[in-house]
Design a protein around this ligand. Structure first.
Ligand code: BTN
Length: 333
């Protein structure tokens, strides 16, 4: 595990190399600036190379950074992050069971409001409705812990706020338009590219903590994921945001997303729920469609006519309007 607050040596070396790019920085300069022996500098450079940084080393000249890493390393995300709370502490894993589980542990500790847990791979990723979430390398798998002082009724707004923030960031950074599929999927041409899972703890009608889990099929092989989930009847197809030959660093997208999420989160705090609802509906592929919903109590059919204040989907059928709080939906062609 690496964090944004412990690995200061890596951070300092990389910052120095970046500020001199494309020039070399001498071993002596690095060692003086960081108050470390030349041998220690060499050891850290080796470690950084293993983390995907291409660093050229020339005897008697020094080191220079050729290309940056594509990993979601915490100091890379922190560098230039424009938030006050979200992502101020970052925990990074190459491999973990589930970022959601780690965030649940953090929730029991003080000073973790806004903490971000991010991983390159998950071995036991969790999806909605107790499903497995296949999380191979190339995706962005993260969880954010929040300890807001809200009433519990606000919880249902979080999937909306999160999916909206993600859609906006994808559009800004990658210039790709996505649709929002109720309750919290992001799709491209009807295929899933991201999903959101909320774990929350409520005490006497107040939110104690909330963990927002976000899974983005950033640069994955859809065939591999589909193979692993073929038993899931409700899988309507998945796709990848970035094709395998495209070179895009995921860090910028994560930074933008954390920023957008914090902005919308502040909107929830200042009570402009109406704006969230409007913005979400504008980007939604669900509103106006005739849908079939599978819920824990049965099947519902109807036309999706809107979202109410709590994030519930409003279904109209034969003049009657029903509220759908949870479930899966499929569109009728
Ligand atoms: C869904 O079913 O659509 C929600 C998927 C949420 C997956 C993310 S990946 C990061 C976080 N850790 C998990 O185990 N799940 C969430």
């Amino acid at each position: 595990m690496y964090t944004s607050f412990n690995e200061t040596t890596f951070d300092k070396i990389i910052t120095l190399l970046k500020s001199h790019q494309p020039q070399f920085v001498s071993g002596e300069k690095l060692s003086k600036t960081l108050s470390l022996s030349r041998a220690a500098i060499w050891k850290n450079i080796k470690k950084l190379q293993s983390l995907g940084y291409k660093i050229e080393s020339r005897p008697k000249i020094g080191y220079r950074l050729q290309t940056n890493t594509n990993l979601l390393l915490p100091w890379e995300i922190s560098d230039g992050l424009q938030t006050d709370t979200i992502g101020r502490k970052i925990y990074y894993f190459d491999k973990i069971d589930s970022t959601q589980n780690f965030a649940l542990e953090l929730a029991q500790k003080p000073h973790e409001n806004g903490s971000l847990v991010i991983a390159e791979r998950q071995t036991q990723g969790r999806g909605r409705l107790n499903r497995k979430w296949v999380s191979p390398k190339g995706g962005i798998w993260m969880s954010i812990l929040l300890k807001p002082n809200f009433e519990s009724s606000y919880i249902s707004l979080f999937p909306m706020v999160t999916s909206l923030a993600l859609a906006v960031s994808i559009e800004k950074i990658l210039k790709i338009k996505t649709e929002l599929k109720w309750p919290n999927d992001l799709t491209i041409k009807g295929k899933k590219i991201a999903g959101i899972l909320i774990d929350a703890s409520i005490e006497s009608n107040k939110i104690d903590y909330i963990i927002i889990g976000i899974g983005i099929n950033f640069k994955i092989k859809p065939e591999t994921v589909i193979k692993s989930i073929k038993n899931n009847q409700r899988n309507y197809g998945i796709t990848t945001l970035i094709k395998k030959d495209q070179k895009v660093n995921p860090v910028e997208l994560v930074q933008q997303f954390l920023f957008e999420l914090e902005q919308s989160y502040n909107n929830v705090v200042s009570d402009s729920i109406e704006k969230i609802r409007k913005d979400w509906s504008k980007r939604s592929s669900t509103i106006g469609k005739t849908i079939t919903a599978t819920t824990s109590t049965g099947i519902l059919k109807g036309k999706a006519i809107g979202i109410d204040k709590t994030g519930a989907l409003l279904l109209s059928n034969k003049g009657k309007v029903q509220r759908l709080l949870a479930g899966d939906i499929t569109y009728k062609n």
